[in-house]
Ligand binder design. Structure first.
Ligand code: FCB
Length: 428
């Protein structure tokens, strides 16, 4: 397929991304418990009804098609589907099936994530990721998901940002399950890789050929002090562990992590070898790393190096790193899907420019031979942003969090123009 400097090929997919807990509402899971324990930045914030997507899905599919999207990424909420261990809720499965059929009828290809950070409330108590049973319970869950995906031609993401779950939930203890233990982190990582492999087998048996992958949060890294060899070593080791170790395990079947003093792993998982059809990339920003002489030895910061101003959530706006990231995943020899990219822009004025500069990097990567086939903007709607709660606004559509009314931001027009014209133009 031909791509010029400004045009995307006709079969390039533009879509939007969401996740169940952040938009659906009314979910009782490990995050809801975490909130009640007052562990968000704003201890009284609650996700609660979220933005009521569970009920407003038809309106939301229309909003997606109105911006020219032809793919819609959702996640299935495990806690809805298996609220009690071993007991599957048929009404919830039917509910998802209905929604996916509707989505497809609207001309939107479903991109379905099986696991996007959240768990049923029994999971961490009974079968946490560092226990071998986790793989078996995920296999059973994915078997049910397979049945629900029959005939939909969905693209499937087993895990969203497993490294964020591991770092946040197992190494720092900042998100559920709130463990802070390097050895358990590596056990959990190994089981996540195994769980991906078994889910892939279950879905393959039921659905035949189905494009499957993971979504990996990938950061551009830079040394905080360019001249400091320890900062530079951290960047090398950190980028390898954070950005690549998981992708590599799914490519080679070898899990290798080498963060001395923090976490190390060296395990062969042959069933995970060559176990993705595409590489999913979530790209947002660049992080500067600085060596500090006490555990965990790493200080992590976002810096405004270019005077562009940080985004409202405090991340550096660094489109240049997107190209580097895409170049870096070329090594896996698979098609690439941008499964998330977006900006927290509470005024709604910066987003068209952000889209323009980031899509330009996607085109640049394609021109260098990186086979990027799709771009899903995070997010269709403003939603509940994990630890940050209701502050951030990533949506193409602004949501009034009291009335839940959806209103287009200026980026809607811009996104539609690019998505439908398959041509990158400068925003007005
Ligand atoms: C990613 C998450 C997604 C959303 C964006 C802003 O790390 O996958 O759910 O929170 O960040």
């Amino acid at each position: 397929m031909r791509t010029s400097e400004h045009t995307f090929p006709a079969d390039f997919t533009f879509g939007v991304a969401t996740s169940a807990y952040q938009v659906e509402g009314g979910i009782e899971n490990d995050w809801a418990e975490w909130e009640r324990a007052g562990r968000l930045k704003e201890p009284h914030a609650r996700c609660g009804p979220a933005v009521d997507h569970w009920n407003r899905y038809e309106e939301d599919y229309r909003l997606a098609t109105a911006v020219g999207a032809t793919a819609f990424r959702i996640s299935l909420e495990w806690a809805r589907i298996e609220p009690v261990r071993g007991q599957f809720d048929e009404a919830a499965l039917e509910g998802y099936r209905e929604r996916l059929l509707k989505m497809k009828a609207c001309g939107l290809t479903p991109v379905v994530t099986l696991h996007h950070f959240t768990h049923p409330t029994w999971f961490h108590r009974e079968t946490p990721w560092h226990s071998p049973e986790s793989v078996e319970v995920f296999r059973r869950y994915s078997r049910r998901c397979a049945a629900l995906l029959e005939g939909l031609d969905a693209r499937v993401i087993t895990f969203n940002e497993p490294m964020v779950l591991l770092l946040g939930g197992y190494l720092q203890g900042a998100i559920p399950p709130g463990i802070a233990d390097g050895a358990l982190t590596m056990k959990a990582m190994e089981n996540l890789v195994r769980a991906h492999a078994v889910a892939r087998r279950e879905l393959g048996e039921r659905l035949g050929r189905v494009p499957m992958g993971i979504s990996q949060n990938m950061l551009a890294f830079a040394p905080d002090r360019w001249w400091n060899p320890l900062d530079r070593a951290l960047v090398r080791l950190g980028a390898q562990a954070y950005n690549h170790a998981f992708h590599e395990a799914l490519s080679t079947g070898k899990l290798r992590v080498n963060m001395p003093g923090v976490a190390t792993a060296r395990v062969d998982i042959p069933e995970a070898r060559d176990s993705v059809e595409f590489v999913g990339v979530n790209y947002y920003s660049r992080a500067h790393l600085r060596f500090v002489p006490r555990p965990p030895f790493i200080e992590f910061k976002y810096r405004d190096t270019q005077g562009r101003g940080l985004t409202d959530i405090g991340w550096e706006d660094w489109p240049e790193g997107f190209l580097q990231t895409l170049r870096d995943v070329k090594r896996y020899g698979k098609p690439v899907w941008i499964t998330e990219n977006g900006i927290d822009d509470r005024s709604g004025t910066r987003r068209p420019h952000y889209l323009h500069t980031h899509l330009a990097q996607v085109l640049a990567a394609r021109a260098e031979g990186v086979d990027v086939q799709g771009y899903l903007y995070w997010s269709l709607l403003d939603n509940f942003e994990w630890l940050e709660g209701w502050g951030p606004r990533f949506g193409l559509y602004h949501v009034d969090f009291d009335t839940l009314e959806r209103k287009p931001t200026p980026a809607c027009d811009y996104f539609r123009q690019v998505a439908t014209g398959k041509r990158l133009v400068a925003p007005l």
